[in-house]
Design a protein around this ligand. Structure first.
Ligand code: SF4
Length: 538
């Protein structure tokens, strides 16, 4: 008799008993319940009072991860138990849905950085702000400050609906297809913090955008609404489901439907409900929605969504136009209302409390105070009258926030890395900053689009598989046979079409990284034909 196929732990097929320790923890207590314990118990009694199941599990639903103990080298990652890697401080992620920030909100973020996070603040590639060095005793005060300006850490991490990314220029870009911000707000108003979706098989990343540059990278979100105009001339959204990178990268699949703006919230609810009920829960590494849609195909997914969750058929709809070569919003451009926006580049998303204060002041001095974070670890100041743009650009540049950056500054991203991340094997942020500084010196005239993404481990927080040059941190052997920090190299990745090729044996030590990248870039520059992209050349 053939062996019985094991179930995947799908609730809708009757597998309600938890099949691993993460599922057990979520069943034992709704992760959202930990919020009151943080306020009433843990913040008063201190780090050592925290129940381990809360510390390494449910805290994530409030954007809190323990950070890596300083001084533990990358060779120990994966060998030590989590508690041995844990510092008594936290990384805290603040969700900035749609990347929208007022000057008042930015000032509160800046104050929190200076008062509670030793000045740290990183802009992530999902528009969030991340702090480090947060003590449990300070969490209630931080939350109070965030809530006072309408911000929160609610489901910023964990097996839950994460921040909804949106175009930073929603409502102002001259060439936008639709302003996605009302639909983002609609979903948040209905479902942020809802216990209906606090126990998903794994994380659920959303994007809602009408940006014609496709800056929210719909290809690698779990769900993405992408602005389109249908044959009748109605403006709405195309729907993509099941994108994600990590160790099994997959691009999202188009369901081929047209979603009108007023239906976005119910379609979002339908898709996340399919994931909650049919998503694979037995094995953590197969628990993302991409595995379900890969097995089912887009057609079956659409059928189940319509038949079991929506109760109606969605009309067919058109695909969006192809993305632009540069999807970011760096530089000075005109808005719909005749004012201008100014997009600028911190170094690999790294800012600090003082810099955030400067940005808030400049946004008020030259614009209306409105600022935005982008999904490329960058920022934008909105509503600047034309006559103020150059003065603003000059002040930003004086604070090393470049408005006209080199291609290396503009298109290099880096994840958190060994400085704070317990999964990291190598240093990333500083390495990437050194790399871009050196490349600027060695290749001052290179001006072709080129993305360089630096990751500290095989996970893909900095999207290595879709970069022209993707660098995956690992230990490698140097010339003398010693194990040292280095990178596996992936070449020629492109969002939506190709994952970078991992060339067997193509690795470099961290010390040899700059020389290696310089060689590749020079070769490309010498050999490329007119209009040939790096991915095509590779
Ligand atoms: Fe940490 Fe790895 Fe993600 Fe970098 S890619 S932040 S090292 S888990």
């Amino acid at each position: 008799m053939p062996p019985r196929k094991r179930g995947e732990g799908q609730w809708a097929l009757g597998y309600r008993e938890p099949l691993n320790k993460n599922e057990e923890s979520k069943k034992n207590d709704d992760p959202l319940n930990v919020g009151s314990r943080i306020i009433d118990i843990y913040s008063k009694r201190g780090f050592d009072s925290i129940d381990p199941a809360d510390l390494r599990g449910r805290f994530r639903w409030y954007g809190l991860y323990t950070q890596r103990k300083p001084g533990i080298d990358g060779g120990k990652t994966g060998l030590l138990e989590e508690e041995e890697l844990d510092d008594k401080y936290f990384m805290m992620r603040v969700r900035i849905d749609g990347g929208q920030l007022s000057a008042a909100q930015l000032r509160v973020l800046a104050d929190i950085s200076n008062d509670y996070a030793r000045g740290t603040a990183d802009i992530t590639d999902r528009q969030n702000i991340q702090y480090h060095w947060i003590a449990i005793e300070d969490v209630p005060a931080i939350w109070e400050k965030l809530h006072s300006v309408g911000l929160s850490t609610m489901t910023a991490c964990g097996d839950s609906p994460r921040v909804i990314i949106g175009c930073p220029l929603a409502g102002i870009a001259e060439d936008e297809i639709i302003d996605g911000q009302p639909q983002i707000q609609d979903v948040l108003d209905r479902y942020l913090g809802s216990k209906e979706f606090s126990n998903l098989p794994r994380k659920f990343k959303s994007a809602i955008s009408g940006c014609s540059s496709h800056c929210t990278v719909h290809e690698i979100n779990d769900i993405a609404f992408v602005g389109v105009v249908n044959e009748a001339g109605e403006v709405g959204y195309d729907l993509f489901v099941g994108g994600g990178l990590s160790t099994n990268p997959m691009f999202a699949k188009r369901l081929g439907v047209f979603v009108s703006p007023e239906r976005v919230h119910e379609v979002w609810k339908g898709v996340i409900s399919v994931f909650r009920d049919y998503g694979y829960r037995r094995l953590r590494h197969r628990a993302r929605i991409k595995f379900l849609i890969s097995d089912w195909g887009a057609e079956k997914f659409r059928q189940v969504l319509q038949d079991e969750y929506l109760g109606y058929a969605l009309p067919d709809g058109p695909a969006p136009a192809a993305p632009k070569a540069q999807r970011d919003h760096v530089g000075i451009r005109r808005q719909q209302d005749g004012n201008f926006y100014v997009g600028f580049t911190p170094r690999v998303g790294r800012v600090n409390g003082d810099k955030l204060h400067v940005i808030a002041s400049l946004a008020e001095k030259y614009g209306s105070g409105r600022t935005r974070t982008t999904a490329e670890q960058k920022m934008v100041i909105l509503d600047v009258p034309e006559e103020n743009t150059e003065a603003l650009a000059a002040e930003l540049e004086a604070h090393d926030l470049r408005v006209r950056p080199s291609v290396f500054r503009r298109q290099t991203m880096a994840c958190t890395g060994i400085e704070y991340c317990k999964l990291a094997i190598v240093e990333t942020k500083q390495r990437a900053m050194d790399l871009m500084d050196e490349l600027e010196k060695r290749l001052p005239d290179f001006d072709q689009p080129l993305t360089i993404n630096v990751n500290g481990c095989p996970n893909a927080c900095a999207r290595i598989q879709v970069a022209d040059i993707g660098l995956k941190g690992q230990l490698v052997l140097d010339e003398d046979g010693n194990q040292v920090e280095g990178f596996q190299i992936h070449l020629g990745g492109q969002l939506g079409t190709t994952f970078g090729k991992k060339v067997r044996g193509l690795k470099t030590t961290s010390a040899g990284l700059t020389d290696y990248v310089e060689r590749v870039v020079r070769k490309y520059d010498d050999q490329r034909t007119e209009g040939e992209t790096f991915a095509q050349w590779v």
